[in-house]
Design a protein around this ligand. Structure first.
Ligand code: C2E
Ligand code: CA
Ligand code: CA
Ligand code: CA
Length: 281
């Protein structure tokens, strides 16, 4: 419940919406939504703690349902994964983000080294032709691999470590960075983590939420930041909502933060303004 707390839920959808959605035939709705282009993408800034500048953006998909309004991903991604609709949806998201980044680069985001992170579901990552699909989209759109970072959850990466290493190497060879997402919620063995060609570790927001009242969470976050640094990984704290949470991770030399304290996810057309604010102040 903590996970869904702050953002989407209250903001995007009422309890009534949630119940109505549950009653509907979500699967056929999802299929229709893909055809009708009812999905859209928001972008949440990731702030570098040293320079206080925007270092990246995470692409987050939403569904604008014609009757129910905007539905947050927690309410449809799990079903999209079960039904494999995540494959066309994930490909659509990637294509849209690539195209959007081409537009941004043509309009002033160039040379600013703002990475854009894309969530990759386990179903996508497990496809034998995943890397081929990415290559094809890069070619088709003209986007540059080094603009992007893939976020892949801990459990997906740990499922078959040998295969993960091989796939991550191919992704890295293209020039795309890789982050381990929701770190701490799964069961990585630390000895495996050492062998994965990762760039970044994202500390799950469930550890950040109670950092000021829960000594265990403080210990976990401190130890995770220290471990990431020893493994030469950049580390991002997600779900930073308060000045106190920000201060805690800042003091422990976390590299970047993402959270409502700095910025909520933004529609694409608000991103350049936010960039200017966070880059040029
Ligand atoms: P995630 O990858 O952990 O993404 C971060 C989530 O935390 C986002 O929720 C974001 O809006 C929310 N968040 C950011 N800052 C704060 C904060 O300060 N407090 C709180 N309480 N929440 C914060 P969102 O957009 O609702 O997405 C939920 C999840 O849906 C994502 O979690 C990700 O697992 C999945 N998702 C979103 N977009 C995609 C996508 O394109 N593909 C796939 N496969 N999954 C996606
Ligand atoms: Ca993510
Ligand atoms: Ca996360
Ligand atoms: Ca950095």
């Amino acid at each position: 419940a903590k996970e869904e707390g702050g953002n989407g839920f209250r903001f995007y959808s009422s309890e009534m919406n949630a119940r109505a959605v549950a009653r509907m035939d979500l699967e056929s709705n999802l299929r229709r939504a893909l055809d009708e282009k009812e999905f859209f993408i928001e972008y949440q800034p990731q702030i570098d703690l040293v320079s206080n500048r925007m270092a990246g953006l995470e692409a987050l998909v939403r569904w604008r349902h014609p009757q129910l309004g905007v539905i947050p991903p927690a309410q449809f991604i799990p079903l999209a994964e079960e039904t494999n609709l995540i494959l066309p949806l994930g490909e659509w998201v990637m294509e849209q983000v690539f195209l959007q980044c081409c537009r941004w680069h043509a309009n002033g985001l160039a040379n600013r080294q703002v990475r854009v992170a894309i969530n990759v579901s386990g179903r996508q990552f497990d496809q034998a032709d995943f890397v081929e699909m990415v290559k094809r989209l890069l070619q088709q759109t003209g986007a540059k691999a080094h603009w992007f970072e893939f976020e892949i959850t801990e459990n997906v990466l740990m499922k078959d470590v040998q295969r993960t290493i091989a796939t991550l190497r191919q992704i890295r060879e293209l020039g795309i960075h890789v982050a381990i997402d929701d770190f701490g919620t799964g069961y990585s063995s630390l000895s495996c983590l050492k062998h994965l060609p990762l760039n970044r570790l994202k500390i799950d927001k469930s550890f950040i939420a109670d950092i000021q009242t829960n000594a265990d969470d403080r210990a976990i976050v401190s130890a995770t930041i220290a471990m990431a640094k020893r493994l030469d990984l950049e580390v991002t704290a997600e779900g930073v909502e308060t000045e106190g949470q920000y201060g805690f991770v800042y003091q422990r030399d976390c590299d970047e933060v993402q959270g409502f304290y700095f910025c909520r996810p933004l529609p694409a057309d608000k991103v350049l303004d936010a960039c200017r604010k966070h880059l040029d102040e």
